[in-house]
Write a protein that binds this ligand. Structure first.
Ligand SMILES: *Cc1c(COP(=O)(O)O)cnc(C)c1O
Length: 404
């Protein structure tokens, strides 16, 4: 039996040809392909400006800098997110303040953001968690009157929609990831998109050591103008090798989303008939790309989350625990008993403890899809107890796949 991965990038001959072409051109660092990828991305995601960078984490860092966030500022973030969301606030000397999430979407809401605001809050980072669009407008109804900027972490959101438009297109600043665990990949890579030309200009300079003249511009002029370093910048550049892959992936995006949503609908239909399992779904304000097809294991199900993960592993299915809770990590952990630690973050605690992510990728065959669904079918209660015993204490294999 083949082992079913939780995620696989969909890369092929076209990406190989695109990379080969860049290699043969002799210009492999940030250059014309990056510029082309930025325009194509901005067009397809209906964003005014796009700045390609080395990762979404780098984009988060630059977004906070151009938004003017720094020491003394509080930045509201969901704990229920990949840890980079919270780390970015620390990079600029601000303090991340964790907001809880909604149980149905896994996203922060106007109500949870409101509860997390402090007198020093100057920014909120909202996340389209697992691809589920966040209800941006309802949150901005709270933050806009207070002059608090909302940054959208759409690391998982490419191909999702909010109010009939691509996610991220309405936020002042949005960041994206092209890590292989995400839907559109360039190996590593990220993008910052914005409605502001000034934000885009500054981010463009900051990603390149804050040089007044870009490497591409220098290359074009016979007598290179002396560059000036306007402030302390970074090397957050994407390469043309990566951008060439991104351009091909972007063309495939509609096909990828269509297939993911079809496979997700098949999961949903199967799971609806299983007591005690609840699957992620589209919210009323948009559609998800099902970047993560997650489900919650409820108390009615005969196995708990870790037991179900073990059962899936026994069937050679690589499922994964759901989204992490940053506040429980040693990097952010406060001393004290677990209860105190999770205080005010009860939905985050529940989701992180009871959800898991099922395999979903473009090349997933119907046969493998059925094998995952078969492994979810609950055994009869008695048999469940026995199975629970049998699989308990058996560690779920960690890693094993490149992109986990
Ligand atoms: C993956 C992810 C990131 C980090 O993306 P990188 O490109 O790996 O830096 C940030 N935020 C969220 C919500 C993510 O899922």
């Amino acid at each position: 039996m083949n082992r079913i991965a939780v995620m696989k990038p969909w890369l092929g001959e076209e990406e190989i040809a695109a990379v080969t072409e860049v290699m043969c051109s002799g210009w492999v660092a940030q250059g014309p392909r990056v510029a082309e990828f930025e325009s194509a991305f901005a067009r397809s995601q209906q964003c005014s400006h796009a700045v390609a960078v080395s990762s979404c984490t780098a984009a988060l860092h630059l977004a906070l800098i151009v938004a003017g966030i720094g020491a003394g500022d509080d930045v509201v973030v969901p704990s229920f997110s990949f840890i980079a969301t919270a780390n970015a606030a620390v990079y600029v000397g601000a303090r991340p303040v964790f907001a809880d999430v909604d149980l149905v979407t896994g996203n922060v809401t106007a109500e949870t953001v409101l509860r997390a605001l402090t007198p020093n809050t100057t920014a909120v980072i909202v996340v389209d968690q697992g691809g589920v669009p966040v209800d941006l407008d309802s949150i901005r109804a709270v933050t806009d009157p207070l002059g608090i900027i909302v940054i959208e972490d759409a690391a998982c959101g490419v191909g999702s929609t909010y109010l009939g438009r691509p996610v991220g297109s309405r936020a002042e600043l949005t960041v994206w990831s092209f890590h292989p665990r995400k839907i559109l990949t360039t190996g590593e890579g990220g993008m910052l998109t914005t409605i502001s030309a000034a934000h885009a200009d500054r981010a463009r300079r900051l990603r390149e050591h804050a040089m007044s003249v870009s490497a591409a511009e220098r290359h074009l002029s016979a007598l290179a103008p002396a560059e000036v370093y306007t402030e302390v910048g970074y090397n957050y550049r994407m390469t043309d090798l990566q951008a060439a892959v991104g351009l091909v992936q972007l063309q495939k995006l509609p096909t990828i989303i269509e297939r993911r949503r079809r496979l997700a609908a098949r999961y949903t239909r199967a799971i609806e008939s299983i007591d005690g399992l609840r699957a992620v779904a589209d919210p009323s304000w948009g559609t998800t790309n099902f970047q993560s097809f997650w489900l919650e294991v409820l108390p009615e199900y005969p196995l708990n989350r870790d037991q179900l993960l073990a059962k899936l592993a026994e069937n050679d299915v690589s499922a994964r625990r759901g989204i992490m809770a940053a506040h429980r990590q040693p990097a952010y952990g406060r001393p004290g008993p677990e209860d105190a630690l999770d205080s005010g973050l009860s939905n985050t605690a529940r989701l992180t403890d009871s959800t898991l992510i099922l395999p979903l990728y473009h090349q997933l065959t119907m046969e493998d899809h059925d094998r995952v669904i078969g492994a979810l079918q609950a055994p009869a209660p008695e048999a469940g107890a026995v199975l629970g015993e049998a699989v308990l204490g058996k560690a779920v294999p960690a890693g094993g796949r490149r992109n986990d």
